[in-house]
Design a protein around this ligand. Structure first.
Ligand code: WT7
Length: 638
C-alpha cells in the first residue's frame, strides 16, 4: 500500500486537476480506494447541498483512522520511527517512537479512556503540552471513536472552560505543567480554575511533566501513570461511520464565541493524507518536521493524521524557536537531518532578524522542501527563507488553508508547480477556487482581485459548527449562495496563481493565530472603568499584525499605566496572552455610524499610522471623534 504522490510533473498536476473538475467523485474515490484501508467501502462518494451546508463523503463507509495511521504500517514498517519527539531542553533525552511502540502506547491510552467510562461519541478535552502523551491521547480517542477537542495550552482558564462547556466534554486530560523555553505554564492550576465552572467533566487525567506542585481533587483527578498502569496494549479499533465526527477544534470568528469546527472521519483522513503526500512530495525515509502545536489544525493535519497515514517519520517539538537560543530550529534540523520543514511566516521573520551565525553554524544540507502557513508571507521573508535556509535549492510551499478546510487548499506542489514569491499559487486538485465581488458576482478571467470562495465541496471540509449548524450556514454559505466563503481576500494573476491578501472580516491574524476582535473587545469591556472598546489589527514587522485597542472610559483612570496592565491582564485571563493588545489608547470618543456601529475602517487607518485621508467622514454620527482620537494620540506621543 503506497501513499506517495501520483503527481510527478506539472502535466500530471494539470491532468489531476482537470480530472477532479470533470468528475470530483471518481477523482476522490480512486484516491480513497488506493491509499487507505476500509472496513467497508462507500455506497456513494459524495452528497451535498451547499445552500444548507449539507456535505457527506464516502457515504456508509466504515473505517477507523488509526488503522490507517498505525495498524496497516505495522507489517511493513513496525520498526520505523513514526514520531521523533524533541524535548524543550536539548539536554533531556529525545525519543524515537516506532510505529509498533506508537501502536502499543495508543492502545494502552485507549484502554485507559475506556476504563474511565469514555465511549464512542463522547467528547474528550486535551489541554496538554507538546509531549508524546498528547499524540497518544489524540489517537486513542480516534481509536475508540471518542471526539477529541484539543485546546492549545496557551489559552486561559476562561477559554478552556468555554470550550469544555460548549462540547460538554466528559474527560479532561492535562499535565501538571508545560515547558515553553525557560518558562513553565501551570496547566493543572489553570485547568482547576476552569473546572470550577465545568459540570460535564467527570474525570481529569494528569500527566506528570514539569514536577510542578498540583492539587489533586479526590474522586475526580488521577495521575496518568496510575490510570494507565494496568492497561494492556490490545484495543481493537472501533468501527466508525465515514461521517462520524473525528474531532472538534475551535477557531475565532468575526463575531460571537469561538466556533467549534467539526471534522469528519473519512473525508478528513483522505484529504489530510492526500495533501500531505502531494504538496510535500514525501518520499519513503524522509524526516519531516512541522513546527506547529497540536493545539492548532496544522498540528492535527500535518504532525499527526496526514504524515502518519502516509507512514512518514514526523518530528514533534515541545519547545520554542528561541530556547536555549534562536538557533534551535536549525540545531534540530541538523540533529535529525530533517528533509521537509514546515513553519509559519512569523517564525521566519523573527529568525531572519538574528545573528546569521546561528544559521551558518548548522548543517542544513538535508533540507529538500520548505513550507510556510498561517498568514501571508511578505517577499522579504520569502527570499530570506529561500536563500538562507533553502540555500536557493529548496522549493518554498506557501500553503493556504484554514481550520475549516481541514487541509491545504491552494499551494505549490514541491518541485512540481512553478513558484512565485508571496503566492500560494494554484489550487490543489479537487479545489474549485474562485473570486467573488462585493455584489455577489463571480469575477472571471485572470488578473483580478476579490473574495476567495470555493465552489464545490472537498472531502476535508468541516461539516458543521458543534451545536450550531445554523451558524455554520450563515458564516460560510450565505454570503455567496451555494459557495463556501473563506473570509479571505485574494488576487489572481495572469496565469491563475493566487496570492492571499488577508482577512476581509474582523478576524486578525497575530503571529499566525486567529483572533476575533469582538472577543478581545468583550474582554476589555469587563474592566469596570471601560465604557466601550474597539479593537483592530495593524501591520507589524514580526507578528504580521498586532492588536490596537481604542478604549473609551466612563471616567479617567487614576493611573494610566495601572489601567493598561489591568486591561492586559483581563485579556490574558479571558482569552490568553496571545490576544494581548500591543497598543492601548484611551480615547474621548469612538467614531460611530448613524446606526451606532463603530467605524473600524477609520480606526484601522489610524492604527496603521495614517493621520489624514480618512475618506468621507461626514456621514458619521460624530465626525469630530476622529480629531479627538488624533489629539489623544498626540498627547500620548504616538
Ligand atoms: C487563516 C486561517 C491553516 C493552518 C493555520 C491557520 C490565513 C493561512 C495562509 C497563507 C496567507 C494564510 C488566512 C486564513 N492563512 N495560510 N499561506 N497565506 N494567509 O489556520 O487559524 O484557521 O487561519 O489563516 O487568512 O483564512 P487558521
Amino acid at each position: 500500500m503506497s501513499t506517495s504522490s501520483n503527481i510527478k510533473s506539472f502535466s500530471d498536476y494539470q491532468d489531476a486537476y482537470n480530472a477532479s473538475l470533470r468528475n470530483p467523485e471518481s477523482f476522490w474515490s480512486s484516491i480513497a480506494e488506493s491509499d487507505y484501508v476500509w472496513q467497508k467501502k462507500w455506497d456513494q462518494v459524495c452528497e451535498f447541498d451547499l445552500s444548507k451546508a449539507h456535505v457527506r463523503w464516502f457515504l456508509n463507509a466504515k473505517l477507523n483512522i488509526t488503522e490507517n495511521c498505525i495498524d496497516r504500517h505495522l507489517t511493513t514498517r513496525g520498526d520505523q520511527t513514526a514520531i521523533i519527539w524533541e524535548p524543550n531542553d536539548p539536554q533531556e533525552k529525545a525519543l524515537e517512537i516506532s510505529y509498533s511502540q506508537l501502536s502499543q502506547e495508543v492502545n494502552r491510552t485507549a484502554n485507559m479512556l475506556k476504563s474511565l467510562g469514555v465511549k464512542k461519541g463522547d467528547r474528550v478535552c486535551l489541554y496538554m503540552p507538546m509531549i508524546p502523551e498528547l499524540a497518544y491521547a489524540v489517537l486513542a480517542c480516534a481509536r475508540i471513536g471518542a471526539i477529541h477537542s484539543v485546546v492549545f495550552a496557551g489559552f486561559s482558564a476562561k477559554s478552556l472552560a468555554d470550550r469544555i462547556n460548549d462540547a460538554s466534554c466528559k474527560l479532561l486530560i492535562t499535565a501538571d505543567g508545560g515547558f515553553r523555553g525557560a518558562k513553565i505554564t501551570a496547566l493543572k492550576a489553570i485547568a482547576d480554575d476552569a473546572l470550577e465552572n465545568c459540570p460535564s467533566i467527570e474525570s481529569v487525567v494528569v500527566k506528570r511533566r514539569t514536577g510542578t506542585d498540583v492539587r489533586m481533587k479526590e474522586g475526580r483527578d488521577l495521575w496518568w501513570s496510575d490510570a494507565i498502569e494496568s492497561m494492556t496494549d490490545i484495543c481493537p479499533p472501533e468501527s466508525m461511520d465515514a461521517e462520524d465526527p473525528l474531532f472538534i477544534l475551535y477557531t475565532s470568528g468575526s463575531t460571537g464565541k469561538p466556533k467549534g469546527m467539526v471534522h469528519s472521519t473519512a473525508g478528513y483522513m483522505v484529504y489530510a493524507g492526500y495533501t500531505f503526500s502531494t504538496v510535500f512530495q514525501y518520499e519513503e525515509g524522509d524526516v519531516y518536521w512541522c513546527t506547529a502545536d497540536i493545539g492548532w489544525i496544522t498540528g492535527h493535519s500535518y504532525i499527526l493524521y496526514g504524515p502518519l497515514s502516509a507512514g512518514a517519520t514526523s518530528l514533534m517539538f515541545e519547545g520554542v524557536p528561541s530556547y536555549p537560543d534562536l538557533g534551535r530550529f536549525w540545531d534540530i534540523v541538523d540533529k535529525y537531518k530533517v528533509n521537509i520543514f514546515y513553519t509559519a511566516p512569523t517564525a521566519i521573520r523573527a529568525l531572519a532578524q538574528c545573528d546569521m551565525e546561528l544559521v551558518h553554524s548548522h548543517d542544513l544540507s538535508s533540507l529538500k522542501t520548505l513550507g510556510t502557513v498561517g498568514e501571508p508571507i511578505n517577499e522579504e521573508a520569502w527570499n530570506w527563507y529561500s536563500e538562507n535556509i533553502g540555500k536557493g535549492r529548496c522549493p518554498i510551499v506557501d500553503s493556504w488553508w484554514q481550520t475549516e478546510t481541514g487541509g491545504m487548499m491552494i499551494s505549490p506542489i514541491s518541485g512540481i508547480t512553478p513558484l512565485k514569491p508571496t503566492y500560494a499559487g494554484l489550487p490543489l486538485p479537487g479545489v474549485q477556487a474562485c473570486l467573488m465581488d462585493n455584489e455577489g458576482n463571480e469575477i472571471n478571467g485572470m488578473g483580478a482581485e476579490g473574495r476567495l470562495c470555493i465552489k464545490h465541496p472537498w472531502p476535508g471540509m468541516a461539516r458543521t459548527i458543534y451545536g450550531d449548524h445554523q451558524r455554520y450556514v450563515e458564516t460560510y454559505f450565505s454570503e455567496y449562495p451555494s459557495m463556501y466563503f473563506t473570509g479571505d481576500g485574494s488576487r489572481r494573476d495572469a496565469e491563475g496563481y493566487y496570492r492571499i491578501t488577508g482577512r476581509v472580516d474582523d478576524v486578525v491574524i497575530v503571529s499566525g493565530h486567529n483572533l476575533g476582535t469582538a472577543e478581545i473587545e468583550n474582554a476589555i469591556d469587563e474592566h469596570p472603568l471601560v465604557a466601550e472598546a474597539a479593537v483592530v489589527g495593524y501591520p507589524h514587522s514580526i507578528k504580521g499584525n498586532a492588536i490596537f485597542a481604542f478604549v473609551q472610559c466612563d471616567e479617567p483612570p487614576d493611573n494610566i499605566e495601572d489601567f493598561r496592565s489591568e486591561v492586559l491582564n483581563l485579556v490574558s485571563q479571558q482569552i490568553g496572552p496571545i490576544a494581548k493588545p500591543e497598543q492601548i489608547l484611551l480615547v474621548g470618543a469612538l467614531p460611530k455610524t448613524r446606526s451606532g456601529k463603530i467605524m473600524r475602517r477609520i480606526l484601522r487607518k489610524i492604527a496603521a499610522g495614517e493621520r489624514s485621508e480618512f475618506g468621507d467622514i461626514s456621514t458619521l454620527l460624530n465626525p469630530e471623534a476622529v480629531n479627538t482620537i488624533l489629539e489623544d494620540l498626540q498627547a500620548t506621543n504616538h
